[in-house]
Write a protein that binds this ligand. Structure first.
Ligand code: KG4
Ligand code: ZN
Length: 333
């Protein structure tokens, strides 16, 4: 089954063609990062406008690279929640128009579900159930994936998402947007034990995260040093901050895995590209004899191939939408 998939929830306009949820025939991503960089973060209004400009070209290119015409597509999948509402609406309306005009079924896909599904594209043997950590710019969730379309959230962030904490802390260090990527690079040359940052826990919620105190503590540290005319060593600071975030993520995931008897662990979302998170999780999972599945780096961030994968399983489950489909900024998985 050929699925055409569309993603526009944040600052990437993406389209892909995916076969039977597992095989990428094409995957096109038009990134707006360079433009948002000027403002230090995603400007929603600009994101929506750029999606409008790019979407038809990106979809056309995805079909061309797959060597398929719209007639040969069996269904159209689109990210409809959660995300920036104006950005989501561009993809949803485009997909609705296309589905209606071409007489194809329309499959609405939840963004976090698709981040998890990125792993199905890279690991043919991966099937639910498993435990997933989804860490992105907007979300940090520990999720029991019971089946392709059945999820149970065990833990979540109480304030900032892990990627958001990386981006805001990186900004205070003078690093460009998207901060997480640059923090990872700068940290390669740093001493992760140079500074100590808090490893906050949430009372009564053993699998929840709280990153805002951690972020504030690095911002204050930089501010206080600046007041004294001191400059802190950037790579040590970044490496120490990264270590604190990764320690917390690993700690909660491993606890959840132990408590629920998870048989395998999956990472997903933009932050799963983080080199320290990948290597630490690898070590911990090896110690426990737990198989760990990581998305390849090109499928960690937002893309439409992952939407095509999850869309296939939503289609099989009969989760279809009509022309009244709306985009939703917030929606639990
Ligand atoms: O999944 P994603 O592309 O978009 C959302 O759905 O939010 O995630 C983007 C987030 C950003 O916060 C970015 O800084 C972070 O993922 N990120 C990283 C790395 N690469 C991307 N954070 C830490 N280390 C990285 N290597
Ligand atoms: Zn995302």
């Amino acid at each position: 089954m050929h699925l055409l998939a569309i993603e526009s929830s944040c600052d990437e306009t993406a389209a892909a063609v995916v076969d039977d949820g597992r095989k990428i025939l094409s995957s096109v991503v038009a990134s707006q990062v360079e433009e948002h960089k000027l403002y230090g973060g995603v400007v929603p209004e600009i994101a929506s406008r750029r999606h409008v400009e790019s979407i038809s070209g990106v979809v056309r290119q995805a079909l061309e690279e797959a060597d398929l015409s719209l007639d040969q597509i069996d269904a159209i999948a689109v990210t409809y929640a959660p995300g920036l509402i104006g950005a989501l609406l561009v993809g949803v309306n485009f997909a609705k128009g296309l589905a209606l005009a071409a007489g194809k079924p329309l499959v609405p896909v939840h963004h976090l579900r698709s981040h998890i599904a990125a792993n199905y594209l890279a690991h043919p043997d991966l099937e639910p159930p498993f435990l997933a950590l989804v860490a992105s710019g907007g979300h940090s969730h520990i999720i029991e994936v019971k089946d392709y379309t059945a999820f149970h959230v065990l833990g979540r962030t109480r304030d900032d998402a892990a990627g958001e904490a990386f981006d805001k802390a990186a900004r205070s260090m003078g690093l460009p947007y998207p901060g997480g990527v640059h923090m990872d690079k700068v940290s390669q040359h740093g001493n992760a034990d140079a500074f100590h940052f808090p490893h906050p826990k949430v009372d009564g919620a053993p699998y929840d995260f709280s990153f805002s105190g951690l972020k504030t503590s690095v911002i204050n540290m930089i501010h206080n040093a600046g007041q004294k005319g001191e400059e802190l060593p950037l790579s040590d600071l970044a490496a120490s901050f990264q270590k604190a975030v990764v320690d917390v993520l690993c700690d909660r995931v491993m606890k959840a895995a132990g408590d629920t008897g998870a048989k395998r662990i999956v990472l997903a979302g933009g932050v799963s590209a983080n080199s320290r998170l990948r290597s630490e999780m690898q070590k911990l999972c090896e110690q426990k004899g737990l198989p760990l599945f990581l998305p390849p780096l090109n499928l960690c961030g937002d893309n439409a191939a992952m939407v095509g994968s999850q869309g296939y399983y939503e289609y099989l489950a009969g989760h279809l939408a009509g022309p009244d489909l709306n985009a939703t900024a917030n929606m639990s998985i």
